[in-house]
Design a protein around this ligand. Structure first.
Ligand code: C2E
Ligand code: MG
Ligand code: MG
Length: 678
């Protein structure tokens, strides 16, 4: 009985013990679970804290460098990893990484060699741990080989890592969008298996840091935009002026450091812009910039040009550019560079399927003139550029002190011209045009002169340019046409002849661009009462280049007035023969430079022959300008040229003399012709 009770008690005790053990195990399990939960929670929280700290630092840091430095340190402290480093992508294409000075180092001595080796490597895509991250754009966890140093498959840098006792590595990219801008790598001296949560955290940090890089880039872009021309990407006026000031200051400190400013203005650009439109003008400018750049990049360049020809060329606006030459030996060297740019412009440009020629006029100011400010150097380069323009364009001129006097004269001329009374201060001179076959007078060209009160005659080359710039050419042109027509009407009345004389009048580029030109000219001719058929409007060849359709339209409208059209100064404008046949010209005037060249050699004669046969095939009459000698006249006649104009017959003469010439020619009175012609 007692036995039975004992055994029952024992069983109960055993059961109780079991229960106790079970409950203890359950409680332990619960405690463990709770602890793990806490731990996880804690871990999660400290990860969040890390992420937040880095995000805050990234947003407030002054540079990408600062943000990376902060992140590398924080991550090492958080993970308890003793070594961290940042590599930066070396350019916008992120083809390579370069080492930086950004390190976290717990133990300097032990890791010295490894850090030195890392600092010497530019990792390419796919190369080593950083290169692999650069290539894939994803984080990477690596357990370093346990092998002895120099065991197979180890890179030299890995060998240093193993020697330094580093056992695990982790690297992740800093991503701006999809582009890797930096790679951060960390090393641990314990062997650890990949920790997915940690890798995820690193990805998030990489994205946060990437935002700084993106923001920095946007700021840089803004700064770049403020200093560069949006069309060509070239530095703009502000940046150019800042650089020029630096050069002036440097030259003041060190006179051995010479510099030069080249001021470039395109010839005929306005015409392209006006006739083809701004889009075409813009496209042309981009091509021109590339040509200039190519000229600057040539190897035997005589000076140092910053950054391979880039950045030395600036666009000030419109068709004005400047080139800054550093460390130029002499002004002659700068001129050589200028001439090279001009040479580079001789080939045609293709814009919207049209060939066009633009040249450049360049003014040079060199530090040899001694400048106290960049603005002074600019002003002189600008003056020299205007000198290049007035000497016939397509050339490079060096500033010298006489230019100031010239500029002052031009300014005075401009002021006076603005106030000029057109009807009173301008006079017309007339130059005969003679038929080569018969020797008869065929007509006159009216050439304007300015006679400011109490002063000598001013010739067109000295004021037409200014009159064009100021717009005064329009009233002058109207007066010239009216005066020439009414004078001719008067001569016709007093000296009637079988074949009426023609009257040629020059049209300026500015007038040519006026939309109501034909209507206004029609009115003036009608008012004078002469037959429109005897009027010849001279349009210089260069004015017809540019937009061919527009030119054809204007010429057609003029021709509808019943007048005839002459292409003036032919041969100087590079007009393309392929479009010449579309232009409704009746007369071609060979530029006098070709007539002069006939004296030189057979080739000179051949050119004139070629122009003559071209004109013939286009059914145009030909006038040879600048016929200065009997030999010229004789040659031209034998070549079949129709008319000649030049000093051989007469210089341009005033109205009274011109009238005497009419009489003398009619009477075939050569002696009298000579006295009239002066
Ligand atoms: P252009 O129309 O080609 O006129 C011919 C120029 O050559 C004239 O110069 C004339 O005096 C000069 N010339 C004539 N024969 C000879 C010669 O045998 N040898 C040399 N060396 N020169 C000769 P000018 O009168 O000084 O006029 C120069 C230019 O000014 C003209 O060239 C024309 O483009 C422009 N011009 C003249 N009058 C007017 C005008 O009323 N309106 C406009 N828009 N332009 C004008
Ligand atoms: Mg003319
Ligand atoms: Mg001419």
């Amino acid at each position: 009985m007692q036995d039975t009770r004992l055994s029952v008690a024992t069983a109960e005790i055993a059961a109780l013990r079991k229960r106790l053990a079970r409950e203890r195990a359950a409680r332990l399990e619960a405690e463990l679970a709770a602890e793990k939960g806490f731990r996880d929670l804690y871990e999660q929280q400290s990860r969040l804290q890390l992420l937040e700290a880095i995000a805050v630092a990234a947003n407030s840091s002054a540079s990408v460098h600062d943000a990376l430095e902060f992140a590398v340190t924080k991550i090492c402290l958080y993970a308890g990893w003793p070594l961290g480093h940042a590599h930066l992508a070396d350019d916008a294409f992120a083809r390579k990484l370069r080492p930086t000075t950004i390190w976290f180092v717990a133990d300097r001595e032990r890791t010295r060699e490894f850090r030195r080796a890392t600092g010497e490597i530019h990792f390419e895509r796919g190369m080593g741990l950083p290169g692999r991250v650069l290539e894939t754009g994803a984080p990477l966890w690596l357990v370093l080989p346990a092998g002895e140093p120099s065991s197979e498959g180890l890179t030299p840098r890995d060998e240093y890592a193993v020697r330094a006792g580093l056992k695990t590595a982790l690297a992740f990219p800093v991503l701006a969008g999809t582009e890797v801008v930096a790679v951060l790598e960390f090393f641990s001296d314990t062997r650890q298996q990949p920790d997915e949560a940690l890798l995820r955290l690193m990805s998030q940090i990489g994205t946060q840091l990437g935002r700084v890089a993106e923001r920095r880039r946007a700021e840089e872009r803004l700064r770049h935009d403020a200093n560069h021309d949006s069309l060509t990407g070239l530095p703009n006026r502000a940046l150019f002026k800042a650089r020029l000031s630096q050069l002036v200051a440097r030259h003041a400190r060190d006179p051995g450091e010479g510099f030069a400013v080249l001021f470039i203005d395109l010839d005929r650009f306005k015409m392209v812009n006006d006739s083809l439109g701004h889009m075409a003008g813009d496209r042309l400018l981009v091509q021109v910039a590339a040509r200039i750049m190519a000229a600057l990049r040539q190897e035997d360049i005589v000076c140092r040009s910053a950054a391979d020809g880039h950045e030395v060329l600036s666009r000030l606006g419109g068709d004005e550019c400047t080139v800054l030459l550093e460390s130029v030996g002499s002004a002659e060297d700068a001129l050589r560079v200028g001439n090279r740019i001009i040479d580079g412009m001789t080939a045609p440009f293709m814009v919207e399927g049209q060939e066009m020629y633009v040249g450049a006029s360049i003014g040079v100011a060199s530090s040899e003139s001694g400048y106290a400010s960049g603005d002074d150097a600019m002003r002189d380069a600008d003056l020299a550029m205007h000198r290049a323009k007035s000497l016939g364009k397509g050339r490079c001129e060096l500033y010298d002190h006489s230019l100031h006097a010239l500029a002052a004269r031009r300014l005075a001329l401009e002021t006076r011209l603005r106030k000029a009374d057109v009807a009173r201060e301008f006079v017309l001179h007339y130059q005969p045009i003679v038929s080569l076959a018969s020797g008869d007078l065929a007509g006159f060209e009216a050439l304007v002169r300015w006679k400011p009160q109490g002063e000598a005659l001013v010739f067109p080359n000295d004021f037409i340019g200014v009159a064009e710039d100021t717009g005064l050419i329009v009233p002058i042109g109207a007066w010239v046409l009216g005066r020439a027509c009414s004078t001719m009407r008067e001569w016709q009345r007093r000296h009637p002849c079988d074949k009426p004389l023609t009257i040629s009048v020059n049209v300026s580029a500015r007038e040519f661009a006026q939309p109501d030109l034909a209507a206004r000219m029609g009115g003036i001719i009608a008012e004078s009462g002469i037959e429109p058929g005897i009027v010849r409007l001279e349009i210089t060849e260069s004015m017809t280049m540019g937009n061919i359709d527009k030119t054809v339209e204007v010429l057609t409208r003029l021709r509808a007035l019943g007048v005839r059209l002459s292409i003036d100064d032919f041969g100087t404008g590079y007009s393309s023969l392929s479009y010449l046949h579309r232009l409704p010209f009746d007369v071609l005037k060979i530029d006098r430079s070709f007539v002069l060249k006939m004296d030189r050699d057979e080739e000179g004669k051949q050119i004139v022959r070629t122009i003559l046969s071209l004109a013939r095939s286009l059914h145009m009459e030909v006038v040879a300008e600048g016929t200065e000698t009997a030999t010229h006249a004789d040659l031209l006649r034998r070549m079949g040229c129709d008319y000649a104009q030049g000093y051989h017959y007469s210089r341009p003469v005033d109205e009274a003399c011109a009238e005497q010439l009419i009489v003398a020619f009619a009477a075939r009175d050569l002696a009298r012709q000579r006295t009239c012609a002066g």
